[in-house]
Design a protein around this ligand. Structure first.
Ligand code: GDP
Ligand code: MG
Length: 149
């Protein structure tokens, strides 16, 4: 079985940048794995010699009820449902937002393993934002800079 990891977070936190880095590509493969919907953005990646599937998602705004953003939330929820684990990305440049807290709540309800990933650690003042993210109650965050290695 190939593990499926979904990248989830509000718009602009760097999900697609991280996706490209994990999959080492700019053009995601349209994976043909049984049981997975094709209209999301899948790519394959390797970790310690094992292949897994990464799913990029649109920005997640759980409170939106209409339009494109609501449609993205539907897609994101489907991605969460079929994932084995969630990478929840937040943005150290912007800091913790109310939206992050809403997403955290919804992810918790999914019962899936959640890895909190703080991106844009290269940004000025990023380190001082880290204690804020502990308030999400998701444990010690992983810190990355998806755009800069
Ligand atoms: P998405 O909406 O979550 O998929 O975010 P994107 O991957 O499209 O990135 C949004 C913006 O953040 C882009 O301008 C990226 O270049 C920028 N970005 C992504 N990762 C980093 C990072 O590690 N550091 C900095 N400074 N900017 C980043
Ligand atoms: Mg994106």
């Amino acid at each position: 079985m190939t593990a499926v990891i979904a990248l989830v977070g509000r718009p602009n936190v760097g999900k697609s940048t991280f996706f490209n880095r994990l999959t080492r590509t700019r053009e995601a493969l349209v994976a043909d794995f049984p049981g997975l919907t094709r209209d999301r953005h899948y790519g394959t990646a390797q970790f310690e010699g094992r292949q897994y599937l990464v799913v990029d998602t649109g920005g997640f705004e759980p409170e939106e009820r209409e339009g494109l953003v609501a449609a993205m939330a539907v897609q994101t929820r489907l991605a969460i449902t079929e994932a084995d684990a969630i990478c929840f990305l937040v943005d150290a440049k912007e800091g913790l937002s109310a939206q992050d807290a809403e997403i955290a709540e919804e992810l918790r309800r999914s019962g899936k393993p959640i890895y909190l990933v703080v991106n844009k650690m290269d940004a000025k003042g990023a380190v001082s934002e880290l204690p804020e993210f502990h308030r999400l109650g998701l444990g010690m965050p992983y810190t990355i800079s998806a755009a800069h290695g």
